[in-house]
Design a binder for this molecule. Structure first.
Ligand code: ATP
Ligand code: MG
Length: 336
């Protein structure tokens, strides 16, 4: 069986953009492949502490997992959910890989350059986290690692480090697929970009301060409906799906399609040429508030204990697999 691995950040509450663009596609992918693949879903808590965290990390971890379950993730014996710091082999292997990676290649990482830009001092974790990420992947021999495009460079780095290690010490690591093949594999989540409700030329982001620009998954459904009603549109006065000239209207059509699980073409066909923006907004507002109400009521039925049980099973599996690979690497370099 092959392993597909993905990390989910638990630094803060998610937006409708994270939900429709990342969570739902990942849940579908996990459910789809879990019949004959190992699906490793881990919470990168060691990665979390390289930057500030909104609220309590522990609470965020439990709540994030509840959102995955509430969104329809069906945990079976092939789906393994674990917290990174509960599997100490990650940081152990990171050290070994630190001694294989070079300053040159790690300094070239765009994420590091961006995250350290303009700071007088930057923590070493920000520099080193791509190497920890390589350990996250290589411990489980994962071939496919569905992630955002900002992380593609780190997959290439992981491949380079693993190949160098294997050349020097023998065939210990499975090399993850090339970026191009990762993109093909992720076909499901291709190109979904939910826009900011007030400035629809930008994407919706949780770090945008304006509350009405984004819908949070824990928003009261009535409040979320109001945010849709006050979304920026245009003065054209006729509905058409065109992200360049009518990004606000097109965003609403996109949201309606995804939230009601209807093909975008059908939604576009239904609304094209209509002139009442108010009617479109009322329809979308109703769909979004219904979706949030359902999601929140699913979530309320999931107990902390259930989440902890899933984590304990996942962590026991992950420790077994990861310790085996760590031991191989330790033997290869002469530590055992
Ligand atoms: P931040 O403002 O802190 O960068 P964010 O809302 O952009 O937060 P990330 O944590 O950067 O969220 O991304 C989490 C996942 O959600 C990624 O896979 C990213 O591609 C996806 N994502 C983020 N924003 C959107 C969006 N507006 N539409 C679709 N997918 C999104
Ligand atoms: Mg982002």
């Amino acid at each position: 069986m092959k392993t597909i691995l993905t990390g989910i950040r638990a630094n803060s509450v998610l937006t409708l953009g994270n939900y429709l663009g990342a969570l739902i596609p990942m849940v579908r992918l996990a459910n789809h492949y879990s019949a004959d693949n190992h699906i490793n879903i881990f919470i990168p808590d060691l990665h979390s502490i390289i930057s500030d965290i909104d609220g309590s990390l522990q609470d965020n971890i439990i709540r994030t997992l509840k959102y995955w379950l509430a969104a329809g993730l069906v945990v079976n014996e092939n789906i393994h959910i674990y917290r990174q710091s509960y599997v100490p082999a990650h940081s152990e292997l990171c050290w070994i890989l630190n001694c294989t990676a070079t300053m040159g290649e790690t300094s070239r990482m765009i994420q590091y350059k961006e995250k350290s830009k303009g700071q007088d001092t930057c923590n070493v974790g920000i520099f080193d986290y791509p190497i920890l990420m390589a350990a996250d992947i290589l411990l489980y021999g994962a071939e496919f690692v569905p992630i955002g495009e900002d992380q593609f460079q780190h997959i290439e780095l992981t491949r380079d480090i693993a190949m160098r290690f294997n050349r020097k010490y023998g065939e210990v690591f499975t090399i993850p697929a090339k970026t191009a093949d990762q993109i093909k594999f992720m076909g499901l989540s291709n190109g979904i970009r939910i826009r900011d409700l007030l400035s629809p030329e930008k994407k919706m982001s949780k770090s945008t301060p304006a509350e009405n620009s984004k819908i949070m998954l824990d928003d009261d459904p009535t409040r979320a409906a109001k945010k849709i009603m006050s979304a920026t549109t245009d003065s054209i006065g006729r509905i058409r799906y065109d992200m360049f000239t009518q990004p606000g209207i097109s965003n609403l059509l996109q949201i309606e399609a995804l939230v009601t699980d209807t093909p975008l073409e059908n939604v576009v066909q239904k609304w094209t040429g209509e002139t009442s923006y108010g009617e479109l907004k009322r329809t979308v507002a109703e769909s979004v508030s219904k979706m949030l109400a359902d999601l929140q009521s699913n979530l309320a039925q999931i107990s902390d204990e259930e989440v902890l049980r899933i984590l304990q099973a996942g962590e026991s599996y992950a420790n077994e697999v990861a310790n085996r690979k760590l031991h191989e690497a330790q033997k290869a370099v002469g530590l055992r």
